[in-house]
Design a binder for this molecule. Structure first.
Ligand SMILES: CCCCCCCCCCCC(=O)SCCNC(=O)CCNC(=O)[C@H](O)C(C)(C)COP(=O)(O)OP(=O)(O)OC[C@H]1O[C@@H](n2cnc3c(N)ncnc32)[C@H](O)[C@@H]1OP(=O)(O)O
Length: 155
């Protein structure tokens, strides 16, 4: 992975083990998300073992990318709204309250996927994020995530 200053690089170590986005999980996707204007973007290239139908990506992978891209977007949006650096404390930690995915087209397994997010709403501890997954010019999936700031007593 190139050295980019991604949202996930600022997650405190104690919450950096998520399978989708944790930099401390060697078996996970370790996605990296950055701002692109008012949108957020993650680039991810699936592996051959992410197969559903041969040649196409597994829907669970797509959902996972939308999930963690969106929770990362939620955290970054809260920092941006507060005018705070992502390393500043207390940390904004978000978990997924709901995850809706529409699979619009088969997602090819070969090549890079571009995941883009847009904040639809910020209200209290809740951030609603709309996210798309594209392969080349084709949007293959669209999702909406309700991300909720993790309670102190999570679990
Ligand atoms: C920088 C470091 C980053 C570090 C980040 C590292 C972590 C990465 C996580 C990656 C993503 C995951 O896979 S996370 C793992 C999967 N998710 C989970 O295990 C979460 C399990 N669920 C829960 O713990 C809970 O249900 C919560 C925290 C999600 C919500 O409970 P709560 O805290 O009591 O929330 P509550 O006050 O009721 O609601 C707050 C607002 O959210 C809305 N809301 C709550 N749940 C839902 C829901 N399912 N669907 C729609 N909306 C909902 C409410 O309507 C309300 O909106 P309004 O009335 O104010 O409008």
């Amino acid at each position: 992975m190139d050295a980019i200053d991604a949202f996930q690089d600022h997650y405190p170590d104690n919450v950096a083990h998520c399978y989708g986005c944790g930099s401390q999980n060697p078996h996970g996707h370790q996605i990296k998300t950055v701002w692109d204007g008012d949108e957020t973007v993650t680039r991810f290239t699936p592996e051959p073992y992410h197969t559903s139908v041969p040649g196409y990506a597994y829907g669970g992978l797509i959902a996972s990318l939308i999930d963690c891209h969106s929770t990362g977007t939620a955290a970054a949006a809260m920092y941006r709204q507060a005018g705070r650096d992502m390393d500043s404390l207390p940390a904004f930690r978000f978990v997924t309250g709901s995850l809706h995915v529409d699979f619009l087209k088969p997602t090819p397994l070969a090549g890079e996927l571009v995941i883009r997010g847009r904040v639809k709403e910020i209200k209290g501890r809740k951030v609603v994020v709309e996210t798309t997954v594209s392969a080349g010019d084709v949007t293959t999936a669209r999702g909406e995530v309700v991300a909720v700031q993790m309670p102190e007593n999570f679990g």
